[in-house]
Design a protein around this ligand. Structure first.
Ligand code: T1G
Length: 694
């Protein structure tokens, strides 16, 4: 059985324990070990029952994701689950930590399940573009009913043990030591003469499944699963569970599982599973780098961003002081925070008491001396280099030694800001994304002089405030915005060429983006883009760059904030506006931009996405990002790109880099070298048949 699965019997109870760090994933050795252990248990006449338990931090957390994509090797998990279930003697799962995916399927193959109250169970395969392909789609409905099972599998959300117990997926909750509690539970079962309960033999309760149930369920999930492949396959599996004999339904499940496994969606979503984890590893900052203690935080600037930033720290119990220039501005900033929290309380996602706990640790000051005792100071004033340097000059005078001085700048040069201080080692960028208390992405921008413990502390603190932090280098726009700029450029260029803004946005939306580029520009403000253009020192020599937006700003159409930008707004709904088409036509004439006929949807996507991919390749060559997967993390967490596309660089790999370059050459022939010359890295990979993920 090897050391990953151990078998030992104490009197009449056999303990089968899995010990395969870090999460007891069902790798081939674990599966083989389990198979041998259950064979031994069946043959061990002294053993009247078995407890399946795990060492380390958690019960089995699923199939071994690192094995996916390789040829599957026997023994397959569904077979092991059924081998367990067919055992004549009772097998009890003793769960702690997170019993997820194949781990929970293994537990459902046991005859009984007990768990410590802190445990979580679930079938999160959908987050990997998969489905519970080891009989999970057949067993969960038998234990907790059809709708609850669909909700659990389509959302992939973990279920607390107590909720699972009330729903019928867990039979016994254990207070205190799991092994002791499980042993007592099994002894009780044996004394009661309990027999093996085979979940597969449980009749599914269909009393609440009307004839339109599945159609209604599909409608209900449509919006939140838009574009994803796996959710529909999960519904099909549960339909089979309700309508077919078990073995036929399991066969159907296996077929649909393989379709998911082979889909580009699952390849992309599994890529992001590892990408989300890899981005936290900084290649040149050792894991054991000591962290600076952060006990109190200051935020300079109480605007929308500053207020949102302050909330992140208060949410995790870290006292925050908000600094503004005068009492009126400070009160306004504190009011932004209060109204944000009130909105959350109104939505029922936070109690009034929790809100008050947060507000109690948020204070205000209008004097720099008020931030002198803070360990981290985040400057969040508007994008103006002179102002930021003035503020950092003041902070250099008042901040305590060792305080981390962070700027929330979205584009500007951290090294330049650091020059305003005598402590460049303490200066770093913390680029939050609006709304700062909601968006999970945080770009941590390392300056040339930023010290390694400041980087390590920033990455660790980002995790503490529940952000996905991506470490990036200094350039105009860092990673996200630098790639967003060509994306917006192509969108507005196409408007000049006669393609309607609503069509461009619809094509991007249908491709999977949460919002089209023009609606996003209106949301963030066309004036913001205009300001960026004026701060962008080495911007392309191109008079038509974002010309539509600049013209609209000139005539007072700033976007959603003025109820009119590229679209007009009745509430938040973007409505096409003939006036904008007219402005575009006039600008096209002024700029001598050729009108295009019959632009295909494919061209719209190529110009939007490949311009970003090319910029991403330049970013990698300049080592502004450490990995192409870091760039993917930025876009799925900060720019509304769907996980089933894997991010821009993964999408380039999915299309094939040779095809990307071939398409770019088309546009290079039409527009010249400035924007459409393939980056050397991209050209090299395309020529050699390589990919970014290599
Ligand atoms: N396989 C391989 N490695 C895994 C893994 C897995 N299932 N889960 C985690 N790891 C690695 C992870 O890459 C990291 O490695 C380390 O463990 C710690 O993870 C047949 C087909 C369990 C809640 O989707 O949700 O079963 O970076 O940093 O924050 O139907 O990991 O240290 O080298 O995330 O404490 C279904 C995925 C699989 C669960 C722990 N299971 N894992 O979170 O630590 S598909 C899942 C998680 C399946 C069956 C189907 C989380 C966690 P490294 P971590 P954490």
């Amino acid at each position: 059985m090897g050391e990953v699965v151990n078998y030992n019997r104490e009197n009449e109870i056999a303990y089968i324990s899995v010990n395969s760090p870090p999460v007891n994933a069902l790798s081939l050795p674990v599966r083989t070990g389990l198979q041998k252990a259950f064979q031994k248990f069946s043959a061990d006449s002294e053993a009247k029952a078995a407890i399946l338990i795990c060492e380390g931090r958690t019960w089995i957390a699923g199939a071994d994701i690192t094995e996916f994509g390789k040829p599957p090797e026997d023994p397959w998990l569904p077979k092991i689950v059924e081998q367990m279930e067919d055992c004549e003697k009772i097998i009890v799962a003793a769960i702690h930590g997170t019993a997820l995916g194949g781990g929970f399927e293994t537990a459902m193959g046991c005859h009984y399940r007990c768990a410590v109250t802190t445990a979580m169970v679930g079938l999160p395969e959908v987050t990997l573009g998969l489905l519970a392909g080891a009989t999970g789609t057949q067993r969960l409905p038998r234990l907790i009913g059809v709708k609850a099972a669909l909700d659990a599998m389509v959302s992939g959300a973990p279920i607390p043990a107590k909720v699972a117990y009330e729903a019928g997926a867990i039979d016994e909750l254990i207070e205190g030591d799991l092994r002791e509690g499980a042993t007592e539970y099994v002894k009780r079962l044996l004394s009661q003469g309990a027999k093996p309960i085979k979940v597969r033999e449980i009749e599914i309760d269909t009393s609440d499944i009307g004839e339109h149930f599945f159609a209604e369920y599909r409608n209900g999930m449509a919006k939140r699963t838009r574009g994803y492949f796996a959710p529909e396959q999960i519904v099909k599996c549960v339909e089979a569970a309700v309508s077919l004999p078990y073995q036929e339904a399991v066969k159907k499940e296996g077929e649909l599982f393989m379709e998911c496994m082979m889909s580009s969606h699952s390849v992309a979503q599994r890529h992001l599973f590892f990408a989300d984890r890899a981005c936290g590893k900084v290649l040149d900052v050792p894991k054991e780098t000591p962290l600076r203690p952060i006990k109190k935080v200051a935020v300079i600037g109480g605007g929308t961003m500053g207020g949102g930033i302050a909330m992140n720290f208060a949410n995790v119990g870290i006292p925050v002081v908000l600094k503004e220039i005068n009492e009126a501005a400070l009160e306004k900033g504190l009011e932004i925070i209060r109204s944000n929290y009130n909105a959350t309380v109104t939505k029922g996602r936070m109690s009034a008491e929790q809100m008050q706990d947060r507000l109690n640790i948020i204070s205000g000051t209008i004097d720099y001396s008020g931030v002198g005792d803070c360990d981290l100071i985040v400057e969040a004033v508007f994008e103006n280099m002179a102002l930021k340097k003035e503020i950092f000059g003041e902070l250099d005078k008042v901040a305590k030694a060792g305080a981390i001085l962070a700027s929330n700048t979205s584009t500007l040069d951290i090294d330049e800001i650091a020059k305003a201080t005598n402590r460049p080692g303490d200066v770093i960028g913390w680029h939050f994304f609006a709304p700062a208390n909601v968006m999970t992405l945080l770009e941590i921008v390392r300056g040339a002089g930023t010290s390694k413990d400041v980087i390590a502390t920033s990455m660790a603190m980002a995790k503490k405030i529940k952000k996905i932090a991506v470490l990036v280098g200094v350039c105009f726009g860092f990673v996200g915005n630098r790639m967003f700029f060509p994306y917006v450029r192509e969108a507005q260029q196409m408007i000049l060429e006669g393609v309607s803004p609503e069509r461009i946005d619809q094509v991007a939306f249908d491709w999977g983006m949460a919002m089209g580029p023009n609606a996003v520009s209106d949301l963030s403000g066309l004036d913001v883009l205009d300001k960026v253009k004026s701060e962008w020192e080495d911007r392309p020599e191109d008079p038509s760059l974002w010309a539509v937006g600049s013209k609209l700003v000139e005539i007072g159409r700033l976007g959603q904030k003025t109820k009119a930008g590229i679209f007009t707004y009745a509430g938040r709904t973007a409505v096409p506006d003939e006036a904008v088409a007219k402005v575009a036509k006039e600008e096209a004439v002024r700029l001598n931009v050729k009108q295009l006929e019959n632009v295909s949807d494919e061209e719209i996507i190529e110009r939007l996405m490949y311009s970003m991919i090319n910029e991403g390749a330049l970013i990698l060559e300049e080592e502004i990002a450490m990995r192409s997967s870091d760039i993917d993390v930025v876009f799925v967490h900060g720019y509304g790109m769907p996980r089933y596309r894997g991010g821009p660089m993964r999408y380039g790999d999915t299309v094939g880099l040779a095809k990307v370059v071939e398409a770019m050459e088309k546009y290079r022939a039409r527009y010249g070298d400035m924007y459409w010359t393939p980056a050397p890295l991209l050209a090299r990979l395309a020529a050699s048949g390589g990919s970014f993920s290599d």
